[in-house]
Design a protein around this ligand. Structure first.
Ligand SMILES: CN(C)C(=N)NCCC[C@H](N)C(=O)O
Length: 288
């Protein structure tokens, strides 16, 4: 089994993560807290209350974990394509796989990455939602002191299944959308690249950026439900399950609730995924 794709996926995931984390923090807060009037208000309050560090809350942890998860995504995607089409990454420009096979490989990568991502993503969301400023003498203490304390507290207070809260919504968010992610990326690369050649850096950046936007637009409804389910349990249980969360969010906030964070998801998706695909392609060409 070729492992370069896993390593390239790990490094490219870390690059994308740092670029996208501030967008992600604002998005998670808007999706789960009703105290902000919009993106600008959330940015202003976060900055005023917590300084620039507030935007990077919970980042140290995902930089290792999300990069690992990205490695699972890209590694499983590429190895599934290898199993389906008997072509390696290098051979795929000369013998392009069908979009159906790309979609199946993307969904497989998405499903497995969602499974690995679930506990890491839960901890990230819980830490991002702590609005207490750091290091304020006499100020209120945040509930979790860091990722390890957060994981241990969840295990103690909510049991092992607590670490997988929201994981069904995460699987539904990631499986089809990651199939679409790779189909969009490949489709755009093929459109703007002469047959049999490697796409230029510009094409990779644009195709990666738009693949990110397309996948995140479709992922947003389940992303909202996932984040709410992950926060549920912190102060008692509010929802009986994923369907109850969807129904009660819809009843209270209308259809618009499923699109909360869509602008931020899309704005974040372009730079993150442009950088992710560029570093991924670059590393694989370097190691060939
Ligand atoms: C719509 N979804 C879930 C995705 N496109 N996932 C792939 C993740 C790529 C990158 N780390 C990111 O966070 O955008």
């Amino acid at each position: 089994m070729p492992v370069e794709e896993f390593v390239a996926g790990w490094i490219s995931g870390a690059v994308g993560l740092v670029l996208g984390h501030p967008f992600d923090t604002i998005k998670v807060r808007l999706q789960t807290q009703n105290t902000y009037q919009g993106i600008v208000d959330c940015i202003r309050k976060t900055y005023r209350h917590e300084s620039v560090l507030g935007f990077f809350k919970g980042m140290s942890f995902p930089i290792a974990s999300v990069a690992l998860v990205n490695s699972v995504l890209f590694g499983v995607y590429s190895n599934t394509l290898l199993a389906l089409t008997a072509t390696s990454h290098q051979e795929r420009r000369a013998q392009p796989p069908s979009y159906t096979n790309i979609f199946i490989a993307g969904c497989t990568g998405g499903l497995l990455q969602a499974y690995c991502l679930a506990p890491f993503d839960l901890i990230k969301v819980r830490l991002q939602n702590q609005t207490e400023p750091r290091m304020q003498i006499g100020g209120s203490e945040p509930r979790y002191r860091g990722p390890v304390h957060c994981a241990v507290s969840i295990l103690r207070e909510e049991g092992p299944q607590g670490l997988f809260r929201g994981s069904w919504a995460l699987v539904l968010r990631d499986t089809p959308t990651l199939g679409m992610y790779f189909v969009t990326y490949e489709g755009l690369c093929r459109q703007y690249t002469p047959e049999g050649q490697n796409p230029s850096s510009g094409t990779v950046l644009v195709a990666g950026g738009f693949a990110g936007i397309a996948s995140w637009i479709t992922a947003t409804p389940f992303d909202v439900i996932k984040s709410r389910m992950q926060m549920d349990g912190l102060k008692g249980r509010k929802y009986r399950g994923m369907l109850d969360c969807m129904a009660s969010s819809f009843r209270q906030e209308g259809i618009g609730v499923f699109f909360k964070g869509m602008t931020l998801n899309s704005a974040r998706a372009f730079p993150v995924n442009a950088a992710t695909f560029l570093s991924y392609e670059y590393l694989l060409r370097l190691w060939r």
